[in-house]
Design a protein around this ligand. Structure first.
Ligand code: SAH
Length: 390
């Protein structure tokens, strides 16, 4: 591994590092870093040359992503291993188990002090997403560390890169995606790693799906952006009278159908529609007691934020009309650049336009295995509300 490279900040630019923010922008450094290879281990110093933190170097507006804070720099192997161990300890202390059928987010990027690295455990398989090109230099090291820390239970690691998604899905592991089977709160799901932007399943919604199960008894449920039916299966398992799932992916809906079968829920009343919800919803005449709306991310950059907020407003205005008076709406945004305040504002505007009185029962967050750092609000991508709609 190349390095360590010593980089100096411009005078007075050390505050964000001292607060624990893991990104060092190129504009705050005294010199360009492009002469050094991506991935090089770097020690970031203040203008006087005192070391503040260390991490890996990137070409781009974020020049260094930090793993170690403080004056003593460790080598990358020690730093990464320490973070992986900490992440595992946290999961275990929260009651998660890495077993042959469990599904757990083991590493949540900046939220676990490992910028750009996502690692999901699916019953003995680890699907590792590298969100930053520079991390390619660390693939072998990560592989070695994960096997060392996780021991015998770990059967295989599948690596995926995502920095160029969706232009190319270049898995640089040579593994063909296969279906893995996992259990979530007693329900069986199949996961196909390497399909789509995620590692194959949306683990972040586990707690919200369980809440939906608890509230679904005897009710008619509409699951918009259903993917492979996480909310649908939970609603039916919770005794929903009927469920309707809508997604634009035919493949996701056929997996959903299989999920009904392997959970012995296929006798339940269920319909699926394969459609672009943004167009479809205006002409769908039915109303439901419980509606779930969990669209994909609607903006990738801060420039697109305003358009995304407007889109949330329009979508939720239409979705509110599908809720029976007295019914419930689970509504989400997973757009990182849309804050919870922005999202609440969009929902307020939607309620006014829809002419409905809406009450917030609960703010919804990702499950406990998806921490984000207090110092890094950019890491809070999923936010939602459970609404009572009159
Ligand atoms: N709630 C799901 C995850 C939803 S992910 C769960 O708990 O597992 C978002 C889903 O939206 C994906 O399945 C994707 O296929 C779907 N999608 C994206 N754009 C869409 C559109 N315009 N209309 C309908 N579905 C869409």
């Amino acid at each position: 591994m190349f390095g360590p490279v010593k980089l100096h900040l411009k005078a007075g630019r050390e505050d964000s590092i001292l607060r624990g923010h893991p990104w060092v922008f190129s504009g705050s450094l005294a010199a360009h870093v492009d002469a050094f290879p991506e991935g090089a281990w770097a020690v970031v110093c203040d203008a006087q040359g005192r070391p503040l933190a260390s991490g890996y170097l990137c070409h781009g507006s974020i020049a260094v992503r930090l793993l170690v804070f403080g004056p003593t720099s460790s080598d990358p192997e020690t730093a990464i291993e320490e973070q992986v161990k900490k992440a595992l300890q946290l999961r275990l202390s929260l009651g998660f188990r890495l077993s042959a059928e469990s599904a757990v987010r083991l590493v949540n990027g900046e939220g676990d002090g490992l910028p750009g690295v996502i690692a999901d455990w699916y019953g003995g398989f680890l699907v590792v997403q590298l969100h930053v090109r520079a991390l390619r230099a660390y693939q072998e090291l990560l592989q070695k560390i994960f096997f060392r820390v996780l021991g015998e239970g770990l059967k295989k690691i599948l690596f995926r890169d995502t920095w160029n998604y969706p232009s190319a899905e270049t898995d640089f592991s040579n593994e063909k995606p296969t279906f893995l089977e996992i259990r979530e709160n007693g329900l069986r799901f199949t996961v196909k790693p390497g399909s789509g932007q995620k590692t194959g399943f949306y683990l972040d919604q586990r707690n919200n799906r369980l809440l939906c199960r608890q509230l679904a008894a005897g009710r008619r449920v509409l699951n918009l952006f259903s993917f492979t039916g996480g909310f649908t299966l939970n609603a039916l398992a919770g005794g929903a009278q009927e469920a309707v799932s809508v997604d634009s992916s035919g493949e996701a809906l056929s997996i959903l159908q299989n999920h009904l079968k392997i959970n012995n829920l296929e006798k339940k009343t269920h319909r699926a529609y394969c459609a672009d919800i943004f167009k479809w919803i205006a002409n769908f005449p039915e109303t439901f007691d419980v509606v779930i709306c969990d669209p994909p991310s609607l903006a990738r950059s801060a420039q697109a934020r305003h358009t995304a907020i407007q889109a949330y407003k329009r979508l939720n205005e239409q979705v509110l009309q599908k809720v029976e008076p007295g019914g419930l709406l689970f509504t989400f945004s997973c757009t990182a650049v849309v804050s919870v305040e922005h999202f609440e504002g969009a929902l307020r505007a939607a309620a006014i336009s829809a002419g409905r009185r809406v009450y917030i029962l609960k703010q919804l967050d990702p499950d406990l295995d998806h921490p984000w750092a207090m110092a890094h609000p950019e890491g809070r991508y999923l936010k939602g509300f459970l609404l009572h709609v009159e």
